[in-house]
Design a binder for this molecule. Structure first.
Ligand code: ADP
Ligand code: MG
Length: 697
């Protein structure tokens, strides 16, 4: 309890160290979204510095989230030289509020050219500053937003904060209609469950694919995968437990309530879940979780892989983004209560989410698109690429009653109702039945399960907040105009149910039947990143992002460009890495083995000819045939990669080329190489195999 948040410039610390008036001003900004009063900056900066320096900090950094999806930081020390040759520790309000990193060196999708480099970081006081301890000492990290000189957002945080304002504004309109006069802000909350793999560092260092692409590009399946289902929730090995313990310690110090940890389905796969918090803070915390997992792993001679699909043939990793809305005094707006059919306000918010997900499924799909996730979605493990909403028996029944007019009952006895009075137990809701759903109602929140493990959750939540804000806005427009609220409301909700019930599906999302059923219902099935990206710039998308002031036209286009470019670059890196490994490691190993075998055959023929069997010759012939195939696949991929570098046309066409040409050619090369792996003598194989990587001792 004492160590928790010891490294956070928390509300408690602020209350202790700031003059009362400054503290109150700041809290109004943090809690209620009031504009930040710049006058308080100097005072806060000084208090922050004193607090940090007392704890041994020497440097500070504006910590921001450019569109790489990672975090960025530039460290400055507090020292300021004095005339007597000594130094003072200084930190001004200006330094707290504003930084000036070079904007053109980060992905900007054309928003900044190299010669127009100016960009700013701006203090986000709604996410607390914290100290980070590592080999570099102790650094004061100040969460910031990052924008161009021309004002466009160049990061993931700014649109997220804007979307939080938007949903608050629209949700308040609804609350007012229900007679709530006291709520001043509605916030969204997020709990992000993080899946990851660990591999031995010695093995990792021998695999160029893991180093350069974050996933294995080659590797035959080991004799044992996950079929015995013995890893999930299995007893945690000592070495892993020691790692987890240190991760927790680090996270707790930074005020991150790391709560749940367990072995995941695939061998070598694990999960960590913190307790949910305000979306903005949850997003920052998830970035720190990923960073901490990677750093601490190295201290244990392990490497943490956050890639969505580090290994073919076993489950990949995702992030379950648990999401809800709540009032500033902590009332969860997606809490159904014991008798949801009597809870009209809950049903209104529920219907808003259903409407939003149905109308903007393409945007949600887009928010989860990255090259890594293309290996998961629809591949019978993670949720499929088709977005649908799981509601469970009770709520589905209530929606049917709404459609037929008149609400009479809430089915009791289902797990849903039990859960209402015991929420934490209900959070274990992912039974086999709804585990397959990409967007599942789990008691008092929605669990968006499509999110890739490696990305910032800022994107998915920006989309979620914006589309729900739009649905709430439309509902509020209608109800505010209505003559009689009490008759207009059921009528409107009934309409929503009728228009959007096609998005509700409680069955098995992995089945082929569902794919066909979804098609009949007209639900989009967007199977690849390249197909998903254009959703960003459709008229519909521009309209809602502009209307709610989340992303301007230019900002949308820049993100569209960045995503496409990123896709091409990632596939190019993967293809080039494969070629390098195939030419310089796999081919030489296979040739060496053929040569050894041939020499052995010659020796036998010379020494004891009658001991010669056709078996040895068959081995050589099979190897030779595969070597031939390997060389052909290398040449094919080589040529395609070369052509890729000379492509004309726009970025979208490039991305299509990488998906349609490079991706399949990589698969072909891999399958020959993996066959060779099963033929070549183990000790000649040039890098660690799946068995070695997946089973940490
Ligand atoms: P499971 O693995 O069964 O989905 P976990 O307990 O691992 O469940 O994770 C559930 C996550 O949902 C946790 O991070 C939890 O804090 C979060 N959560 C619970 N209530 C809410 C809420 N109202 N808003 C957002 N997230 C929530
Ligand atoms: Mg979950």
């Amino acid at each position: 309890m004492e160590r928790f948040a010891a490294n956070v410039f928390s509300e408690t610390v602020m209350k202790e160290r700031l003059p009362k008036s400054v503290y109150q001003m700041l809290i109004k900004t943090i809690k209620e979204g009031y504009p930040l009063d710049p006058k308080c900056a100097d005072v806060v900066a000084n208090a922050m510095k004193e607090w940090a320096v007392e704890r041994g900090a020497t440097h500070f950094t504006h910590w921001f989230q450019p569109m790489t999806g990672f975090t960025a930081e530039k460290h400055d020390s507090f020292i300021a030289p004095c005339s007597d040759g000594k130094v003072m520790m200084e930190f001004s309000g200006k330094e707290l509020i504003k930084g000036e990193p070079d904007a053109s060196s980060f992905p900007n999708g054309g928003l900044r050219a190299t010669f127009e480099a100016r960009g700013y970081t701006a203090w986000d006081c709604t996410s607390p500053a914290f100290l980070r301890e590592d080999a570099g000492g102790i650094t004061l990290c100040i969460p910031t937003a990052f924008c161009a000189y021309t004002g466009e957002a160049l990061d993931k945080k700014t649109p997220l904060l804007r979307s939080m304002d938007a949903i608050s504004k629209e949700a308040l309109r609804i609350l007012r209609l229900f007679g709530d006069t006291t709520t001043t802000r509605v916030i969204t909350t997020v709990g992000a469950e993080q899946e990851y793999f660990l591999v031995d560092k010695d093995h990792y260092e021998k695999r160029k694919d893991l180093i350069l692409a974050g996933r294995t590009l080659f590797g035959a399946m080991p004799p044992k995968g996950q079929e015995l289902e013995d890893h999930y929730f299995g007893s945690i090995k000592e070495r892993i437990a020691a790692f987890m313990r240190e991760v927790n310690e680090e996270l707790w110090k930074m005020g991150i309530p790391a709560k749940t940890q367990h072995n995941e389905v695939a061998p070598g796969q694990f999960e960590l879940a913190p307790v949910f918090t305000t979306t903005n803070i949850a997003v920052d915390q998830n970035q720190l979780v990923m960073d901490t997992l990677k750093k601490v792993a190295l201290r244990h001679d392990l490497v943490c892989l956050l890639h969505e699909k580090p290994f073919a043939g076993v489950n990949g990793s995702g992030k379950h983004n648990n999401w809800s809305m709540s009032t500033n005094d902590g009332q969860n707006l997606l809490e159904p209560g014991k008798t949801p059919h009597e809870n009209a306000q809950f049903l209104t918010f529920l219907c808003a989410v259903i409407k939003a997900v149905d109308e903007h499924a393409d945007l949600l799909r887009l928010a989860c698109a990255n090259p890594g996730n293309d290996h998961r979605l629809g591949a019978n493990e993670a949720p499929p690429a088709i977005i649908s909403v799981f509601l469970g028996d009770q709520l589905t029944d209530i929606l049917e009653q709404m459609q037929n007019g008149g609400l009479k009952r809430s089915k009791q006895g289902g797990k849903m109702t039990i859960g209402v009075s015991t929420l934490p137990t209900l959070a274990k809701d992912s039974t086999d039945r709804n585990r397959t759903s990409p967007f599942a109602f789990t008691g008092n929140k929605f669990e968006f399960r499509m999110v890739p493990s490696s990305i910032s959750v800022a994107g998915p939540n920006t989309v979620l907040n914006t589309i729900v804000a739009e649905a709430l806005a439309q509902i509020a427009d209608r109800l505010e105009e209505a003559e009689d609220f009490n008759t207009a409301l059921p009528q409107l909700l009934k309409e929503i149910v009728i228009n959007h019930k096609r998005i509700i599906f409680n069955g098995n999302n992995y089945s082929q039947d569902w794919v066909e059923e979804a098609q009949r219902r007209g639900l989009p099935n967007i199977s690849s990143t390249v197909e998903a990206i254009p959703a960003l710039i459709t008229g519909k998308s521009r309209e809602i992002f502009n209307k709610h002031k989340v992303l301007s036209q230019e900002e949308l286009y820049s993100r569209y460009e960045i995503m496409l470019e990123r896709y091409c670059k990632q596939l190019n890196i993967e293809a080039m890495t494969m070629l390098d490994m195939a030419k310089r490691q796999i081919l030489p190993a296979a040739c060496k083995y053929v040569s050894i075998m041939s020499e052995a055959i010659n020796n036998i023929k010379a020494a004891v000819p009658q001991a010669m069997t056709s078996g040895q010759e068959r081995v050589v012939l099979e190897l030779a045939a595969n070597i031939q195939a390997l060389q052909e696949k290398i040449e094919e991929l080589d040529e395609l990669v070369g052509n890729g570098h000379d492509l004309q046309g726009d970025t979208y066409e490039h991305a299509v080329y990488y998906r349609d040409k490079i991706f399949p050619a990589m698969d072909c090369l891999r399958s020959v190489a993996d066959r060779l792996e099963s033929l070549v003598e183990a000790k000649l194989w040039p890098f660690p195999t799946y068995s070695e990587l997946l089973y940490i001792v």
